[in-house]
Design a protein around this ligand. Structure first.
Ligand code: IPE
Ligand code: IPE
Ligand code: MG
Length: 247
């Protein structure tokens, strides 16, 4: 008998691995409360280890992409202190994580209304993207200041501008043309979307791309989410029959 993780690994069908997994990392605040900690921030801090574990697992299994919902457009309306702590944790993560990303051949990218991020965060994001830019393994996409509706509106606005200027003809606007104007058109649609903390909603995440995604919900709070939980989600996904509208 190997470790429980090794036993789970043996059950995974590597020919049917989800290529792109997206995670709604939820429950940091409740984790802090449950641990009797005074501030929600400590839950966010603890969640960083889960981000590391998830990226490592995705890279190790050989997935193409992992998208992590780190901060939504709506999260800007949280308290000023919570927002600024999240932003400084983000900046620190982007800097401190570089050796780990390099070691695991992970390329970091981001999607969302990134212009809304504080300057120091944006600069660090650009720097980390540049340094990891030639890595050929997992693409780790951080959804930051991200909203699914905002992404669709931003694409629609771009299409309108191109149409008005005559570069795009209305008859050429189809799903492929629309997809090309989303934040990261090169990423495949997510095969599997995981949400932690027992909530069962999409909270404005990847609305366009989720058209045929499978969903996995777990009660585990994000700071407790580890390799074992990720493997369980993949095994759950592998039980599903994906039909894409066919019989
Ligand atoms: C998820 O945890 C992290 C972010 C949304 C930034 P929450 O902060 O939403 O934690 P809960 O849902 O209040 O427990
Ligand atoms: C979704 O979690 C956003 C992120 C995980 C970044 P929230 O905690 O913000 O979502 P709601 O408010 O419960 O829907
Ligand atoms: Mg939450």
């Amino acid at each position: 008998m190997g470790s429980p993780e090794q036993e789970l690994l043996k059950k995974i069908d590597f020919d049917r691995l989800p290529q792109h997994v997206a995670i709604i990392m939820d429950g940091n605040g409740r984790w802090a409360r449950r641990h009797g900690l005074r501030s929600r921030t400590q839950g966010h801090r603890a969640g960083i280890e889960s981000v590391r574990a998830a990226s490592r697992t995705a890279a190790e299994l050989g997935m193409k992409a992992l998208t992590l919902y780190a901060f939504s457009e709506e999260n800007w309306s949280r308290s000023k202190t919570e927002v600024s702590t999240l932003m400084s944790l983000l900046r620190r993560f982007l800097k401190d994580e570089i050796p780990e990303l390099m070691q695991n051949n992970i390329r970091l990218v981001a999607s969302g209304r990134l212009f809304r991020l504080p300057d120091d965060c944006r600069r660090q994001l650009e720097e980390t993207k540049r340094i990891t830019g030639a890595n050929s393994g997992l693409v780790l996409n951080l959804a930051l200041s991200y909203g699914g509706r905002a992404e669709i509106v931003d694409a629609a606005r771009q299409i309108a501008e191109e149409t008005v200027s005559g570069r795009l003809k209305p008859k050429d606007i189809d799903e492929a043309a629309f997809t090309r104007r989303l934040y990261l058109p090169e990423l495949p649609d997510p095969d599997l979307i995981i949400r932690t903390s027992g909530e069962r909603r999409i909270s404005n995440f990847l609305l366009w791309q989720a058209a045929y995604a499978e969903f996995h919900f777990t009660e585990v709070l994000w700071p407790d989410f580890r390799k074992r939980d990720f493997l369980l989600a993949i095994l759950d996904y592998q039980q599903r029959e994906r039909r894409f509208g066919k019989t």
